[in-house]
Design a protein around this ligand. Structure first.
Ligand code: TRP
Ligand code: ZN
Length: 872
């Protein structure tokens, strides 16, 4: 164990900054190992007291420090591993500092670093302090001007804002000067320098201004940025229409880099993207890639208002920008691709990532109250649950009041750093409602468990709904209070037709019940026949709902609930019960047949969208099922799920084969949602057929792979072959590698696919792949493709009873922590849920966590998560 325990940062300790920095002028003299950074800061005291000036700075080699042009002597300032301190400064002054940094040696990918021979930056959350001394906190907003000087080989020199001038310098160098007129916190600073190709376009905004749009990518790749450009233009128009928000600079740039710790970053006017979320063409990207590119381009663009123009007072307010921006990008995607299908995908992701976080030792509120490393809080809870909270708010107050509140928020807080309280206050102000109970959604961790008991009185024509709500204790929060939870409800008759009813004397088809107590009783009147209750429509709250509905009601819903989310959900519920029953040694063969029959009927529905049918065909994932019953037995769940898949495959064989033929691509590839939906259904059909791999299916999968005209279908074929295994799989793998070995993003897919294989030998294969010449621990995309896909995407093999899967993951975490703590920490999660498994598995998982915790020189990032996972 570490000798000194790092001290947490607490929300209650927030103090306004002692000094403000109005103007920042930076000069970069770029060189891979010796970059000079000169900073000239206009600083003034913020308050009455003369306090020492303390600025953050890490891994900086000090050259000089001057106040108002006078260089400070050794007695007048001090520098340690984290801070520059100047004890005596005037009330207002100019601080000029000079430091040297080594971007080439920076493998943490935080601050200024090199990727593929280019300079690039990542400053959120606390990377700017690795570039120069500064008040590295989001509530210090400054106007930046930046001058970049570099050898001419670094052809493009980019930073935030507008380009002021550029030109040649003596000694084979060039320079560029940038000015960003909008005050911003330093985490939004960005710089990129190097050889890049440009894709250029423009857009006329709602007020008639022309904005230049530029996407910079690896030389030769500009053609692969056209989809991202299209998505950007659609996002810009959408934000004008849906939120009245217009872009504010004359130039908007995006740069793609290959080495990046996360997905993308919203730096003002200069977004930086992981190339996996930007580059696409039909040959190398799947429909899933296209979908993600569209939503991440939108997400980062939307941050211009929710994040950049209005930012966070401190990092505890992270959800203020992230939850809200995810909500905005989800709404955009719903408009682009269809509401129901988008909602189902978003909820699947929420359950897979956020619900599991909430049920383990890493559970935390949407707005946490303490942390060691803020990097660890870029979680599914902050992002995805943060978005759910805003969706509930909109449901509770209605779309008009929601828009009014947003308008007020933009108006009131533009140009400032603020808090979640102030955000919610805007909605309280426009509605006149007291939203203080609602605020508990931000402060309380854990997924509420809502149960519903229904009783119908035929004579009185009433339906009584009795709800109760409960939240399990989470670490640091032993008792919980009830949360105001909107439950959207409709009724169906026995035939699946909408059954109207009365609520408060009004005839309605649907209503929203708001649970604001631990127990609630609601009586619906005018109910003409015994109803099927369709509750929590559209997943109106991030809770787990259990009802006393018999399974026959679920079949009615699966056949025709007009709420497509619940139509899908009822199929998932039926499948989950069947799989868990079988895993517990109680197979229900009659039920399984009935389920297969119902899925066949749903598939035959000509009116349904193919993308929706593809979702219907997929059984709940193993990770989803592992959460449903504890202690979890991943091997038994895998076997039971496979058994149901086989039965479905047998029952649906003819339908699936027909779909496979009927949905073949005609004409050219198009990434649009309808075409993607047809490909999704065709590949889902093949995937299911592969559960029952007779020789004709092997041939079908092999033919599918070989005939593929795009990456979606190539991966669909390879995936089916992977499940089957054997010679055809090995041959296709080799063929795929050979064909794509010069395309890093495609080779990431090749690694990831192998990590998901169900066979016993998969860990051996994964270990072998870590020695493959194309494996690179220092590249987060490659690392995650192999290691995290195995640990999170292959539960039955990761949880091998020998503990070898756990040992492998711990080895990788320790190795990566040596140079990239942010990414190492993000690999800890699969070990965190050890209490959910059998005592034998749990002990082996815990053993690896302890081994990590006892390692000398562990980063704060990994230490924090491992200590929490162990419950210390
Ligand atoms: N703010 C970024 C986003 O929404 C994500 C981000 C946070 C990030 N920290 C990062 C990206 C570090 C890269 C590296 O989407
Ligand atoms: Zn974001």
């Amino acid at each position: 164990m570490r000798t000194e325990t790092p001290q947490p940062i607490r929300l209650t300790d927030y103090r306004p900054p002692a000094y403000l920095i109005d103007e920042v002028h930076l000069t970069f003299d770029l060189a891979p190992n010796t970059t000079r950074v000169t900073a000239r800061l206009s600083i003034r005291r913020n308050g009455d007291h003369a306090e020492p000036l303390v600025l953050n700075g890490e891994r900086l080699k000090p050259i000089s420090v001057a106040v108002d042009g006078r260089e400070l002597g050794a007695a007048e300032h001090s520098v340690d591993a984290e801070f520059l301190t100047v004890p005596n400064v005037p009330a207002a002054f100019t601080l000029t500092t000079e430091v040297e940094i080594d971007p080439e040696a920076n493998k943490a990918l935080d601050g200024l670093y090199m990727s593929g021979g280019r300079f690039c930056t990542q400053c959120e959350a606390e990377g700017f302090r690795k570039i120069t001394w500064f008040a590295d906190r989001p509530d210090v907003l400054s106007r930046f001007t930046v001058r970049i000087e570099a050898p001419k080989t670094y052809q493009r020199l980019l930073s935030n804002g507008n380009l002021m001038e550029s030109g040649d310098l003596p000694g084979g160098k060039r320079y560029a000067a940038w000015n960003d007129p909008f005050p911003k916190p330093c985490y939004l600073f960005a710089l990129v320098a190097g050889e890049l190709d440009e894709l250029s376009d423009s857009l006329v905004t709602m007020s008639g201004r022309t904005v230049d749009l530029k996407i910079y990518v690896d030389p030769g790749m500009a053609g692969r940025a056209t989809y991202a450009m299209d998505a950007l233009k659609r996002s810009m128009k959408w934000d004008e229409e849906a939120f009245g928000r217009e872009y504010d600079l004359d130039l908007f740039m995006i740069v793609a880099v290959r080495d990046f710790n996360f997905g993308a970053m919203e730096n003002k006017g200069l977004n930086i993207f992981n190339s996996s979320l930007l580059l696409a063409d039909p040959a190398t990207a799947t429909d899933f890639d296209y979908e993600r590119i569209e939503s991440v381009v939108a997400h980062e663009y939307f941050h211009n208002w929710t994040g950049d123009r209005i930012t966070c007072r401190d990092w505890f307010q992270l959800c203020l920008k992230e939850g809200l921006t995810v909500f905005r990008d989800q709404s955009f995607s719903a408009d682009m691709r269809g509401e129901a299908v988008q909602r189902i995908k978003d909820v699947k992701a929420l359950r897979a990532r956020q619900f599991s976080e909430d049920q383990g030792p890493l559970a935390h509120p949407v707005r946490p109250s303490s942390y060691l490393k803020i990097d660890n809080f870029y979680t599914a809870t902050i992002y995805e649950k943060g978005a759910e909270v805003i969706r509930m708010l909109k449901t509770l107050i209605g779309p008009e009041k929601f828009r009014e509140g947003m308008d007020l928020y933009f108006d009131r807080w533009d140009g400032h750093a603020t808090t979640v309280e102030e955000f919610i206050r805007c909605f309280a102000d426009v509605t006149g409602e007291d939203l203080s109970d609602f605020f508990a959604w931000y402060e309380q961790a854990g997924t509420p468990k809502v149960s519903l008991v229904q009783s119908y009185d035929a004579e009185a024509r009433t339906l009584t709904l009795e709800f109760s709500q409960e939240i399990d204790p989470t670490s640091g929060q032993p008792t919980k209070r009830p949360l105001p939870t909107p439950v959207r409800i409709g009724l169906l008759d026995g035939e699946g037709r909408t059954l109207a009813f009365e609520r408060d004397g009004q005839a309605v088809d649907e209503t929203v019940v708001v649970l604001d107590q631990a127990k609630a009783k609601v009586v619906l009147t005018g109910v003409d026949s015994a109803p099927v209750v369709s509750a929590l429509r559209g997943f109106s709250a991030p809770v787990t709902l259990t009802t006393d509905s018999p399974s026959k009601d679920r079949y009615v819903q699966l056949a025709g609930d007009p709420d497509l989310f619940n139509r899908w959900e009822s199929g998932q519920d039926l499948a989950r019960d069947l799989i868990l029953g079988r895993a517990a040694g109680k197979p229900d063969e009659v039920g399984e047949e009935r389920y297969a029959h119902a899925v066949a009927r749903a598939l035959a529905d000509q009116a349904a969208d193919p993308a929706f049918k593809a979702l219907l065909l997929a059984l709940p994932s193993e990770s989803d099922l592992v959460l449903a019953r504890q202690p979890a037995d991943p091997a038994a769940i895998h076997a039971a799920r496979e058994a149901l898949r086989q039965r479905l495959a047998l029952h649906l064989e003819d339908d699936l084969k027909r779909l496979h033929i009927g949905l073949q691509q005609i004409g050219d590839f198009s990434p649009d949602a309808a075409s993607a939906g047809r490909r999704a259904l065709r590949n889902a059909s093949l995937d299911l057929l592969a559960a029952n791999p007779r020789s004709d299916v092997v041939e079908l999968a092999d033919g599918h792979y070989r005939a593929a005209l795009n990456m979606t279908d190539a991966m669909g074929g390879l995936n089916a072959l992977m499940q089957i295994g054997g010679e055809a799989y090995e041959a296709a793998l080799a063929d795929f590698y050979d064909r794509w070995k010069t395309e890093p993003l495609v080779i990431d897919k090749w690694f990831a696919l192998q990590a998901r294989a169900p066979d016993e030998g998969v860990l051996g294969r994964v270990l072998g792949l870590t020695a493959h010449p194309a494996f690179d621990q220092k590249n987060p995309n490659r690392l995650r493709a192999l290691v995290s896909t195995f640990a999170s995407g292959n539960p039955s093999r990761f949880h091998d009873p020998s503990g070898a899967g756990y040992r492998f993951l711990a080895d990788q975490i320790l190795a990566v922590d040596g140079f990239n703590p942010m990414t190492a920490a993000r690999m800890v999660e699969p070990l965190g849920g050890w209490r959910r498994y059998s005592p034998e598995l749990g002990a082996l998982m815990k053993q690896q966590l302890q081994r990590i915790a006892e390692t000398q020189g562990l980063s704060k990032n990994v230490y924090e998560l491992v200590a929490k996972a162990l419950g210390e």
